[in-house]
Design a protein around this ligand. Structure first.
Ligand code: SAH
Length: 207
């Protein structure tokens, strides 16, 4: 157990090269990534790389989760919508930053949604809300969100997600069909988007 803790804090230290937000690094140092990955991948849980999680999907590398959390500029109490729960790891990192009761996550594959819910419960993040369904439609019942992010690549920012994010809020997503760019879009008071590009990325496509 202590061994996992040591590996995890070393990972957070290594990420300091790319991420300066101490709250984000503390979140990475807190969430037990080895409990979110399949048993036979546990030994690799604190290497900074993506890992397969079943249903043909992958958990993002820790540096990508950290970079996204930093770009989202999350504060305690922010209400957050995640599209693409996967194994639930990224949602748990977000929960560390905003509070688990403020995280709403939609996953396309029902099996992954169920497993993520169980893992989140077992690791102390049971208040995160997970729903199986098509994330392109968002989760209107809990809108508006202060922050919305996708962990799968969309050809364009889905209109219903833009709509469900409050004015003054922020969206973050890998955008593109083949080549993908990480796009941050701050929603202005008049509802238009102020977009910034954060480089090339590789995510699984939105279904
Ligand atoms: N954040 C995840 C990474 C998951 S990979 C983690 O920490 O593990 C991207 C996920 O997006 C996959 O699980 C995939 O099934 C999901 N996905 C793809 N298209 C989707 C859609 N339309 N709605 C919701 N989830 C979707």
């Amino acid at each position: 157990m202590a061994d996992w803790d040591r590996k995890r804090s070393r990972l957070a230290d290594r990420l300091r090269k790319r991420v300066s937000d101490e709250a984000v690094l503390a979140a990475i140092a807190s969430v037990p990534r080895h409990r979110f990955v399949p048993d036979d991948k546990r030994h690799d849980a604190y290497a900074d790389r993506p890992l397969p999680i079943g249903s043909g999907q992958t958990i993002s590398a820790p540096h990508m989760v950290a970079i996204m959390a930093e770009l989202l500029d999350l504060s305690p109490g922010d209400r957050v919508l995640e599209v693409g729960t996967g194994c639930g790891y990224h949602a748990a990192v977000t929960a560390e930053l905003v509070g688990p009761e403020n995280v709403y996550s939609v996953e396309y594959h029902a099996t992954l949604a169920k497993e993520a819910r169980e893992t989140l419960e077992a690791t102390g993040y049971g208040e995160v809300s997970v729903r199986a369904g098509d994330g392109k439609q968002g989760w209107p019942g809990h809108a508006p969100y202060d922050r919305t992010y996708l962990t799968c690549a969309a050809p364009e920012l889905p209109a219903s997600l833009v709509e469900q994010t409050r004015d003054g809020g922020v969206l973050l997503a890998p955008v593109g069909d083949g080549q993908q760019r990480l796009v941050r879009a701050a929603k202005r008071a008049d509802g238009t988007l102020d977009r910034t590009d954060h480089g090339g990325v590789r995510f699984v496509p939105l279904q």
